[in-house]
Structures are given as C-alpha cells and as structure tokens.
Design a protein around this ligand. Structure first.
Ligand SMILES: [Zn+2]
Length: 257
C-alpha cells in the first residue's frame, strides 16, 4: 500500500516535471516518460492521461515574460516609459550613443544606435516585402529642440522634458512621397497599414493608438513609433497589450500632474 502510494506520488511528480519541461522547451522531442514501464505493471495506478504534444497550449500563451528585466525609469533603458506623468529624468538627458540614421528624411534623423539599425531594417523590409518607400519625419529631439516643437497643444505635442523623442528611441515615419505625413490619414495609407502591422517585428510599437488617448494622453499618431526592442514588442504584439502604461501596470497619463 505504501509502495503503491509512493508510485502514485512518483508518477504524478514525473508528470508534473514533464509538463514543466514541455512548457519550457515548447515540445517534447527527446523527452521520455520516466514512469513508462514501471507504472504500467501496477494496474491500480491510474496515470493522468498525458496530453499529446500538439494539444498543449502554445508556449506564447504561458506568461513567462519578465517585466522587470529592464528599467522603465532609466532614460538609457530601451524600456523607459516617458509620458505626461513620467518626464525624462534628468530633464536635459541626452543619449550617449546617438547616430545619424541612414534613411530618407525630411529632417535629418538621429537615434540611438540600436534603434537606428532597427529603422534601417524596417525601411528595407517595407520596400522588399511591399514595395513601400518610407521616410523619417522626425527622430531624436533634444530638450531645447522640443522647446521649439511644443505648440501649446498638449494633445498633440509634448512639453520639453516630456517627449519620447528625447530618449533617442522614437521616430515619426511617413511615406517618402510626403502624402499624409504626420497626419491621421496615414493610418489608411499602405505605408501606415504596413507599419502598424509589421513594426513589432523590428522592435517598434505604435505608441499612441487611436483608442488609447485616455491612457497615453495623446491623440492617435499613426506615424509615431517607439523602439522597445523585439523582445518586448513581440510580447506586446502577442498579448495584444498596446500601451507601455498598461503593459507595465502604470497609471494612465491623460494629462500633466
Ligand atoms: Zn513623434
């Protein structure tokens, strides 16, 4: 009796371990059940039927994403969250690794090195996959540059020290033709649609979605993309969480504090 109980415990434990291994690895290639032949000999042991590998939930549905892997406060972190309640800190922060972004532009663009490489890859893919030609309309903006950009309308422009553009991780993108550049009508252009659907593959998110103004504090900006890296962009894409505020459990930032 005791032995049987031990077998049951051992059997269940093995199943739990196998299930964990399956979830971590993604599929069961090469994993043999440890209790295979011995539990079959004891017919009082009723093993829990082990689901077939292809009936297991996809690994993406298992929330193993580490939201604390990078800082959301450090302005040099690619996960930094800047909004109306979270100014760039320090106020006149300037990224250390700004480079010129070698793409077409209306205003000569600079971004942090990693974001720049991602923009180049994304523009190349837009052309290779869809024949679309993109241009940068604005990328890094210093604190003092933002002083000139801010037009007093808090729904459409950020106050100096509160702009994501100051992180060197944000870029405004439009068609090379200039049609609908920095205009909501970009959303219905092939360029806007392609960017909306594909930016995540290159580590970008559409930062100010149409339905999230109460959370982001900004009107829909189909042109404004924020680099967060492919790991986070993919997770947000897969989980359908579209704002950094919601993803990191931060309070909505509809207006300045
Ligand atoms: Zn922008």
């Amino acid at each position: 009796m005791r032995q049987r109980r031990r077998l049951v415990i051992a059997g269940s434990l093995s199943l739990v371990l196998i299930a964990v291994a399956v979830l971590v690895v993604g599929y069961v290639t090469g994993i043999e059940p440890a209790d295979g032949s011995s539990s079959a000999a004891d017919d009082e042991v009723t093993p829990t039927p082990r689901p077939a590998p292809n009936s297991l939930p996809a690994p993406a549905s298992v929330d193993t994403f580490d939201r604390g892997a990078r800082s959301i406060d450090d302005p040099m972190s690619i996960w930094v969250v800047v909004n109306k309640l979270r100014p760039v800190n320090p106020q006149e922060f300037e990224p250390a690794d700004l480079v010129e972004v070698p793409v077409e532009y209306t205003n000569e663009p600079e971004l942090r090195q990693e974001a720049s490489a991602a923009v180049v890859a994304m523009f190349d893919a837009a052309f290779a996959e869809a024949g679309l030609e993109l241009a940068s309309n604005s990328a890094y903006r210093s604190y003092s540059a933002q002083e000139n950009v801010y037009d007093g309308d808090d729904a459409t422009t950020a106050r100096p020290g509160f702009s994501e553009h100051q992180t060197g991780l944000a870029i405004d993108i439009g068609p090379l033709s200039g049609e609908c550049s920095l205009d909501p009508c970009l959303a219905d252009m092939p360029e806007g649609i392609w960017l909306r659907d594909n930016a995540w593959r290159f580590g970008f998110i559409l930062r100010y979605p149409a339905d999230k103004t109460p959370i982001t504090g900004y009107s829909f900006e189909p042109w404004h993309f924020r680099y967060v890296g492919t790991e986070l962009a993919t997770e947000m894409h897969d989980t359908g969480v579209t704002t950094l505020e919601e993803f990191f459990g931060l309070p909505p930032a509809p207006e300045y504090g």
